[in-house]
Design a protein around this ligand. Structure first.
Ligand SMILES: NC(=O)c1ccc[n+]([C@@H]2O[C@H](COP(=O)([O-])OP(=O)(O)OC[C@H]3O[C@@H](n4cnc5c(N)ncnc54)[C@H](O)[C@@H]3O)[C@@H](O)[C@H]2O)c1
Length: 427
């Protein structure tokens, strides 16, 4: 391997771009993506995911692929061939049957294999089940490079823990788990990340340990949220305010502060299926993990039925009623609409023949139309609504004057519990 480090980051999405930008403060970095529109957007100094501020991105960009520190983005394989570290940050989705779809990992491994040289290290960051790096990706690297694993090239794994939309816990401020295919490579990968991660690093003993650690972090969140979602269903039947209960219980030092809600996106709602699939493959049927998934996936329909109940209690004729939905993204302050569970609420509400307006200042209307066939508006609509349903706690919604949007008997339902006394009911 060359003495100087040159890093390629493969996949410039929510995870890849902030990481590439961070590494570019110390090393020459080439950001590679098969989506040439994304590459063009980034080279023009604009990040539509809003994860890297435009002025920060612009300051890190260099206009050509050179060995100077800085970031150059490209969709051309030639531009990454002289790198010696390849960090793969491509999506790891599930298919329509909730089974892991490793296609982007296979494809990106094939891409990297074509430019791999002796001594290079390929680090995977995508969330996977234990074994994917060594048992699934390494054979692809060997096949398409003609090189031998742990002799000619090496691999590492370092799971990403960023939280899109969160400007406080940015990539360098989150402790990073690292691992390598040999103890020496583990040290080397760990040292690489330690150069830029100010929060520090944790070198795990093996790649499988690091893979398992990431997938259980998200599975643990999923199960905990499922538990409070179940509590919300029970307490709603009893006329007890769940948020009040959680606040009271939260005064105990070891009570975990989870809130009920819709679990969407491509991490917490997806990663447990990766673990469950692997468990089933080796002959263990996971009960708790899948029960959590079932509970969380039922919440869209539940929210819709709760809203309709509230409308009927307020003498609102449900059929043809006007409902304003605040938020379509999968989480607050983030434009990401992938796997958003707000669409489950909308689907259930539509069965009642209601007239829905979706307002989301962050979601891209063309993307929502393309993904879900739904119309959204980016500006607050005029008019009065029979019901207002807050589904996402975007900052903009906290300041809204809802009175202007209401009729005398309108109802406000707050899934996120952020509207205080502006709402009639919370999840
Ligand atoms: N977004 C998060 O909050 C988050 C947090 C932690 C971990 N992760 C994990 O990180 C991984 C990436 O997630 P993301 O949210 O950044 O995804 P993303 O969809 O935002 O970005 C992935 C990028 O990879 C590109 N890509 C796909 N296939 C490619 C290929 N073969 N070669 C080159 N580029 C390719 C896409 O064009 C896209 O720009 C996933 O495994 C995810 O589970 C995500």
């Amino acid at each position: 391997m060359k003495d100087t480090k040159k890093i390629a980051v493969i996949g410039l999405g929510y995870v890849g771009l902030p990481l590439a930008r961070l590494f570019s403060t110390r090393f020459p970095v080439v950001g590679f993506d098969i989506n040439s529109a994304r590459v063009k957007e980034l080279m023009s100094g604009m990040d539509s995911t809003l994860e890297v501020e435009d002025k920060v991105l612009q300051a890190s960009l260099k206009n050509e692929n050179s060995d100077d520190k800085g970031l150059y983005c490209s969709a051309d394989l030639d531009d990454i061939k002289d790198c010696n570290y390849y960090i793969i940050t491509v999506p790891t989705p599930v298919d329509k049957n909730n089974r892991p779809d490793l296609t982007p990992l296979y494809k990106s491994s094939e891409t990297v294999a074509k430019v791999l040289s002796k001594g290079d290290i390929v680090v995977y960051e995508s969330t996977v089940y234990p074994g994917v790096t060594e048992d699934e990706c390494v054979p692809v690297l060997e096949k398409f490079s003609g090189l031998k694993f742990n002799e000619d090239f090496f691999v590492g794994y370092s799971p990403e823990r960023i939280n899109p939309g969160d400007k406080e816990h940015t990539v360098e401020k989150i402790l990073k788990v690292t691992a390598g295919s040999t103890p020496e490579i583990g040290e080397q990968v760990n040292n690489l990340y330690a150069e830029v991660i100010t929060a520090g690093t944790h070198l795990a003993p093996t790649i499988k340990v690091a893979e398992a650690a990431k997938v259980i972090e998200n599975s643990q969140r999923d199960i905990n949220i499922a538990f409070v979602n179940e509590l919300a269903k029970i307490f709603n039947m009893m006329g007890i305010d769940t948020q009040d209960v959680l606040e009271a219980a939260g005064t105990k030092w070891n009570f975990l502060p989870f809130k009920p809600g819709l679990v969407g996106g491509h991490c917490i709602g997806v990663d447990p299926y990766y673990l469950a699939q692997k468990a089933q493959e080796i002959g263990y049927h996971p009960e708790i993990i899948l029960a959590g998934r079932r509970m969380n996936d039922s919440m869209g329909q539940y929210v819709a039925s709760e809203l309709v109940k509230l409308m009927l209690q307020n003498d609102i004729k449900v059929k043809a009623s006007k409902i304003l939905i605040l938020g379509i993204t999968f989480k607050e302050n983030c434009p990401d609409v992938r796997n958003t569970k707000v669409v489950d609420v909308i689907k259930s509400l539509k069965e009642y023949g209601v007239d829905i307006t979706i307002f989301d200042p962050l979601a891209n209307p063309a993307e929502v139309k393309h993904e879900y066939g739904l119309n959204t508006v980016k500006d607050l609509p005029n008019g009065k609504f029979d019901a207002i349903l807050l589904t996402v706690a975007h900052r903009e919604f906290l300041e809204l004057d809802l009175e202007d949007l209401k009729q005398p008997n309108s109802v406000v339902y707050d899934v996120k519990g952020v509207l205080g006394d502006k709402c009639d009911k919370k999840l």
